[in-house]
Design a protein around this ligand. Structure first.
Ligand SMILES: [Zn+2]
Ligand SMILES: [Zn+2]
Length: 395
């Protein structure tokens, strides 16, 4: 009996201990640290890798709503490889708001006066520190991402417009009331300049007097053929005729989730054909104009690069030759970007990684009728045209 009582007591103690152990006070329902990136798979083109970049992004330090660290995380999850944070040099409403909030704690309670760079004729912010916040986030996260140091210089839309200065060493001290002088300071640092949203707040994308001058002086290296979801068809021709690089940038001020992902789109980007993800290789590719732009399902660029891209992305196999000259091809889009091909009035939607079988030549004579020759409806080349591409067979 005594042994039974000892056993019963021991059992009760053990059970209550087990119960106490079994109910933890906090339990994780999900591992939030493993947020998944949208990987954008693109082919190798002419021996180059396709890197995905956005060279025009704002943070809460100018007039955006996300801080630099948030921009890095966002770009990583969106599938990008290289970004430039390009806060406005002249007008930074974010700082002004911040000044308003902290004003009671300084200057004996007197409101602090905020002066933008433009009005003060000197920079009152440390732009390098903005870039450094993004660099710190890349290092903290361990993302294999490249950050380019840059800023946006903005003056009146009708006369000057907006320009991004990229690949800089020191962002402070670039300002000058004369924008042309500021451009020359960018060039002294080995930086490049791109003309942003060329028809913004204007009815035309034609050059102004200021543009004529700075373009002819060789100060402009590239132009945004697309900014966010706005495409500037005339700019494709300008880039080809004047040897300028085409860019597709978001100019994001809000969140890309809201603007792109929630609309079911990949983010607007510049696709860069480069050997490796280093500042030198990316800059070299940009200066040699090895880019195409992507926006809202469209690819925009020089015809030769678009054709190379399409042929690298699409695997085309002749699967059967039947009676009456009928040729059957299997087409597989091996990239993450859907392609919309057209032959006559027939449309062929090439969704990523979903092969389709197509038939050509039946009851028609000659080799021409059997060729996989298409107009690519979701590509734009110069003069607001779609390219015609003959797809390489069994490559
Ligand atoms: Zn702008
Ligand atoms: Zn901007």
């Amino acid at each position: 009996m005594k042994r039974f009582i000892v056993f019963a007591v021991a059992l009760t103690v053990a059970c209550s201990a087990v119960v106490a152990q079994k109910i933890p006070h906090s339990v994780k329902t999900y591992n939030e640290a493993t947020a998944r990136r949208t990987e954008i798979i693109l082919p190798q083109v002419k021996g180059y890798n396709c890197y995905k970049g956005d060279f025009h992004i704002h943070t809460s330090y100018s007039d955006g709503s996300v801080n630099p660290a948030g921009r890095v995380v966002e770009a990583w999850l969106d599938g990008l490889d290289v970004i430039a944070i390009t806060d406005h040099y002249e007008g930074r409403s974010g700082e002004r708001r911040f000044f308003k909030v902290i004003a009671p704690y300084f200057n004996g309670g007197e409101p602090l006066k905020y002066q933008s760079a433009g009005k003060a004729k000197s920079v009152k912010a440390d732009f390098n520190a903005i870039h450094q916040e993004a660099v710190d986030q890349v290092e903290k996260s361990g993302y294999p991402m490249l950050l380019i140091k840059g800023c946006e210089m903005a003056r009146g839309a009708d006369t000057h417009g907006h320009f991004n200065a990229l690949f800089l060493q020191d962002l402070n001290g670039l300002y000058d009331a004369d924008l042309e002088v500021a451009f020359k300071r960018v060039k002294e640092q080995g930086g490049i300049i791109i003309h942003n949203h060329p028809a913004w707040k204007r009815k035309t994308s034609d050059k102004t007097e200021f543009h004529e001058r700075v373009y002819s002086l060789g100060l402009i290296d590239g132009v945004e053929v697309v900014n966010g979801y706005t495409f500037y068809p005339h700019i494709v021709r300008r880039c080809i005729d004047e040897g300028l690089t085409m860019f597709g940038n978001t100019d994001e001020h809000g969140t890309t989730a809201h603007r792109f992902r929630q609309n079911g789109n990949l983010r607007t980007m510049t696709i860069i054909f480069a050997k490796e993800l280093t500042e030198k290789a990316i800059k070299d590719a940009i200066l040699k104009r090895r880019t195409i732009a992507y926006s809202g399902g469209y690819l925009i660029g020089e015809e030769s690069w678009l054709i190379e891209f399409l042929n690298a992305a699409v695997d085309c196999r002749l699967t059967a030759v039947k009676e009456k000259n009928e040729h059957i091809y299997m087409l597989t889009n091996q990239s993450s970007i859907p392609l919309r091909l057209r032959r006559g009035r027939t449309i062929y939607e090439l969704e990523p990684f979903k092969p389709i079988l197509v038939s050509f030549g039946k009851d028609k004579e000659g080799v021409e009728a059997t060729k996989p020759l298409y107009t690519v409806d979701n590509m734009w080349v110069a003069d607001y045209k779609h390219p015609k591409v003959e797809i390489e067979i069994d490559k």
